[in-house]
Design a protein around this ligand. Sequence first.
Ligand SMILES: Nc1ncnc2c1ncn2[C@@H]1O[C@H](COP(=O)(O)OP(=O)(O)OP(=O)(O)O)[C@@H](O)[C@H]1O
Ligand SMILES: [Mg+2]
Length: 405
Amino acid sequence: MLFSCVCIHTYILKIIPEMSCFYFKGKSKSKQKPESAPELEGQDRPRTSGKSERPSKSLGSLPSTPKSIPDLYKEKEHTLRVFSYEELREATNGFNRLLKIGEGGFGSVYKGTVRPVNGKGQPLVVAIKKLKSKSLQGHKEWMSEIQFLGAVNHPNLVNLLGYCSDETEHGLQLLLVYEYMAKRSLDDHLFSRGLPPIPWKTRLEIILGAAQGLAHLHEGMEIKVIFRDFKSSNVLLDNNFNAKLSDFGMVREGPVGDHTHVTTRIIGTFGYAAPEYVKTGHLTIHSDIWTFGIVLYEIITGRRAVERSRPVNEQKLLDWVKGFPVDSQRFTIIVDPKLRGQYSLTSVRKVARLAEMCLIKNHKERPTMGQIISVLKDAIADCNGASSSGSKSRGSSREVKQAVR
Ligand SMILES: Nc1ncnc2c1ncn2[C@@H]1O[C@H](COP(=O)(O)OP(=O)(O)OP(=O)(O)O)[C@@H](O)[C@H]1O
Ligand SMILES: [Mg+2]
């Protein structure tokens, strides 16, 4: 049963602490595994900035408290399907290698076909993610993903259809079942040699979709949610190149009330995490904005945040682009050669200035997702040769626009 299963896992996860070591996610290229085993003490919930925790709901006289992710999940959990391991094994032809469409830190991803919800109509094509490691961290991410995606619904967040948690002769099997995103990820299109390069305007439309998904986490719900793992491989694309964010195993509820940050173990993908977060473990929604800035430079340059195969001075994208200031003539040298000069320079410069603002060291000075969306819409309008008057700009959003002109 879904509810009892999730409750049991919640109980297990309550005893998993934030591991004290730095844990950076990534594929084999730059993966750093946890160096120590979790200690069975401490709290799973993020520590807040020294003030009291979220007020109890039983205090009826207090103003109503925003609902937490588990609260929201409980309201919507019935929409998730619970699959048996056998059903998913069949759906993927025994997890056939030919149906494998990707691999990440969590495990392998397969294309599969499952029966429709009520058994009527066409079979559904889905993506099935199979947890590979039996680590507590993997278990925790599986759980967070279900709780978060079971609680939210937005056109720019990937749709989780259901999950599986079955005991088999090989132990506990944890899987997640998503809508199938036919055009894979932004990462695949920017960096994989096998796929044709995507035009500048399409890159902007994709990143705008991703920004709208992130804005929903930051500004669109009762609680603020920090994504913590924004990167091009977590921007999935449907058949029409509509972008949807994926991988919510590391999401955190943001600070509430007067709190400025949550304190948590440092976790994320190497090369993408904000410097203040790496230094202090203090997590804010501004940490996601830094990472967004890095991905903006990835779409401009067609290079990854970190590429060990490059000459030393070009390995870290942010260090390399510093040598080519946005207003200098040299700037065009860093623009992705795969675009073959087919772009509006005004638009690319606007996005580079926006990236610079996202990458401001003082996290409080970085733009909000709302402001970022407004500038991206302008940059898309530049590609059409249209004026930007169609996009809404308000107050401080206008200031960001001034700065990126
Ligand atoms: N719903 C989906 N539909 C289609 N393809 C998907 C889907 N989810 C993931 N993939 C493919 O599988 C790949 C691996 O995804 P996964 O999220 O497991 O790892 P990652 O994001 O690449 O890396 P990491 O685990 O280090 O964050 C993706 O890059 C994408 O190509
Ligand atoms: Mg991913």
